[in-house]
Design a protein around this ligand. Sequence first.
Ligand SMILES: [Zn+2]
Length: 386
Amino acid sequence: MSRPGAARHAAAVLAAVALASGLGSTVARAAAHAAPRAPAAADSSAGFRVEKLATGVYALIRKEPLGLANHSNRLFIIGTRDVVVVDTPFTRSAAREEIRALRKLTPKPVRYVINTHWHDDHVYANQAYRDAWPGVEFIAQAHTREDLAKIGADNRRRQIEGGPDAIAAFREALATGTSLQGTPMSADERAAYRSTIAIATEYVAEAPGFQPALPTITFGDRLTLEHDGRTIEIRSFGRAVTRGDAIVYLPTEGVLAAGDLVDDPVPFSYGADALGWIAALDSLTALAPRVVVPGHGPVLQGDASIRALSRLLAAIEDGARVAAARGDTLAPTVASLHLDDLKPAAIGSNRMLDLLFTSYFAGPLVQAEFVRARARGPKDPSPARR
Ligand SMILES: [Zn+2]
């Protein structure tokens, strides 16, 4: 009883919803919610955990299963006078809940919010921080400010317009027990669909009251805050996932907030440049972080996850470049890469993670790298830069 035409349309709309929302959040531990009609607030109120990483340094890790609408993680850096926050979530309601959690940690005001890139799951709720602390400053790489004002605003409009259809398709899929791919729905897919519906519904409902809160301070490749005796390094390494990716590093504490340069277990590649991304990851490895707070997913120890992602990106980029030099077309190139073999082990048999890896990370990245390699010239099998 599924309607393939409607499902395809819905999948396309959802893809648009997902474009800027990033595709992350915690690995689906996926305890399926018992009450599908529970209001969104009930879902998101238990949607995160707070982990202490060092004195005055806390990660807020989102717990929703990975879906097509997600919140990003937060870093709270509490000084003697005020607080620095990395990124804001995909809805203002989620931000207000997170702010309540922050207020349990400290009565101090938030002075700076650093946005790691323009995707709405990292910037949308800036407004909630401005409402709570009118003097707050927003910091981002200069390209991110430009992108927020143009492609960010366009993308937001498309997401809001397409949201209701996409949400309806997800509800129908849940009701019929058939995924948008036309297969019987697994438990992990059910949990991810429910979370996506809750978050997307909140996002669409909040749209009428949305007010942009663009960066008030921008930088090029580096900005260092000496914040209440603590050094906070904000760096950008050129185009990787976006052209304005920023990371935040606390050298004394060894804490790295990587934005979507590192997501776990599924990276998000839409618009990414593999070679630039690999170069950025080399720079992250050189920082030798003790812990990494990814844009989405659990806190990661050391740099193993950065190295693993770099190898994955290199395999995709190498494969696409060599195939383009051979004169292959795209379809045999994709087949020759054996993407299934490159999947992170943590994806396991989780069908939603599998879909996200194949359709939102590996597939688009192979295609983009193939097109780039062809544009550089068919006779050049060497990396453009490395
Ligand atoms: Zn994201």
